[in-house]
Design a protein around this ligand. Structure first.
Ligand SMILES: Cc1ncc(COP(=O)(O)O)c(C=O)c1O
Length: 421
């Protein structure tokens, strides 16, 4: 059931001192009179992150991991200390388990290729959920074709719920790899990774968690969850674009073949072959994005300064209020659960009789930025019986006033399309 947040939310909450203090950290938010509600696509960046990236080029710029001179060593130190920051943030056992990539998509492609080579033989099975983003689906489709494996889908209901029976029946002793999103970019629902890891491990499969939508919003502890791999992107968690992370248990990473080859990832090379570098560098071919890694480390320090308690409290409050108000608009239908706690800042919806692109376009005319389309989850859209939808997604820097603007525009939307109400 929808929870009534009206009893808890006072009007004065709509313009709090806290809102203003937080928003002062984000230059872009203060530049435009826009309600930015597309945070699941990418987040805005605080000034400290922008400064940290700039500082790298002003004070540390040399090719890391190569030069023997001071500046290169400083660049290396900056890059490697960012790795330790990430390691501690997700509670990995060692920095050797943190691979820097460009984004979650690259992390998942690396895995599908390299873990696929290590584990898959003809007739083996890979299981993924039907709610996966294309970035956690296409790499596995490709791996299955390449290795002669079978790709199976774990189904969910209209609320994004996956039953225990479904998991137990699709994941079998033949399953070598299970890839599953921790928070769906369409439903916003949190999947129980710890329970899933137990099932996978009992059946002899490894679990790949897609953390693109979870790591920015909730604390993720890879050892407590016991996931074998976790992929996520910096740009969705207030860090620059072009830096991502793959966490993997050392026991697997050690045995996995490299994905990309070339400079930096070798120990020695002969005419016939090469001895690869130690972890994590074996998986980081070519010149790395050290400035991006420094920016990511700063974003993590920023998140830790704000605190996940505050982040979750603010995002949940915004989501509850928006859902409550959307529930009053008769032609709006929210995808997934009615419970705000199961949305994690993501509200995907349709407006009867109005194409999602028109919804986004009309909202945009009122300076509200939302996403419309299939959200890179076409098989899920088909499963839900819709071609496309509109998605509003919140970050902790959004405000109740922005929700009000969104709701006002939404209320008027059908009339603008020529409907009587
Ligand atoms: C659940 C999920 N997985 C993976 C991705 C891919 O992230 P990126 O485009 O940063 O690689 C996204 C992006 O929206 C996502 O929502």
């Amino acid at each position: 059931m929808n929870k009534n947040p009206e009893t808890e939310i006072k009007f004065s909450d709509k313009f709090t001192e806290e809102d203003l203090k937080i928003r002062a950290d984000f230059p872009l938010l203060n530049k435009y009179d826009m309600a930015y509600l597309d945070n699941a696509a990418t987040s805005q960046k605080p000034e400290c992150v922008l400064n940290e990236e700039k500082k790298f080029y002003e004070e540390y710029n040399a090719n890391p991991l190569r030069g023997l001179y001071n500046l290169s060593e400083m660049a290396t130190e900056k890059y490697e200390s960012a790795r330790v920051t990430v390691q501690k943030f997700i509670n990995a056992a060692s920095e050797r388990e943190i691979i820097f990539t460009r984004n979650a998509s690259e992390s998942l492609n690396l895995l599908a290729y390299s873990l696929g080579d290590l584990l898959l033989n003809e007739g083996d099975e890979i299981a993924i959920s039907i709610m996966e983003h294309h970035s956690n689906m296409l790499p596995w489709q490709h791996a299955a074709k390449r290795k002669g494996a079978v790709l199976k889908y774990i189904e969910c209901d209209m609320q994004g719920n996956v039953t225990e029976e479904e998991l137990e029946s699709v994941i079998t002793e033949k399953t070598k790899i299970v890839a599953f999103t921790q928070i769906s970019n369409v439903f916003g629902r949190l999947n129980d990774m710890k329970r899933l890891a137990e099932i996978c491990h009992r059946k002899g499969a490894v679990l790949v968690a897609d953390g693109a939508q979870s790591v920015p919003h909730i604390p993720v502890d890879v050892r407590a969850l016991d996931v074998d791999f976790l992929a996520f992107s910096g740009h969705k968690m207030f860090a620059p674009m072009g830096i991502g992370v793959l966490y993997g248990k050392e026991e697997y990473l050690e045995k996995m073949p490299p994905f990309l080859t070339g400079g930096e990832m070798i120990d020695s090379v002969t005419r016939e072959g090469a001895v690869y570098a130690e972890l994590p560098h074996k998986f980081e071919a070519g010149t790395v994005n050290a400035a991006g890694a420094a920016g990511l480390a700063e974003a993590i320090r920023y998140i830790e300064k704000i605190g996940f308690d505050k982040i979750e409290e603010r995002e949940n409050k915004l989501t509850a209020y928006a859902l409550w108000e959307m529930g009053k608009i008769s032609h709006v239908k929210v995808i997934g659960s009615e419970d705000p706690d199961e949305h994690h800042g993501i509200i995907t919806f349709t407006v009867e009789g109005v194409h999602p692109h028109d919804v986004a376009y009309i909202l945009s005319a009122d300076n509200i930025a939302v996403r419309a389309g299939h959200h890179c989850a076409q098989p899920l859209m088909k499963h839900l019986g819709v071609m496309s939808t509109t998605r509003a997604s919140f970050a902790f820097y959004n405000t109740m006033e922005e929700v009000d603007r969104f709701i006002e525009s939404l209320k008027d939307l059908r009339r603008k399309m020529g409907y009587a109400e």
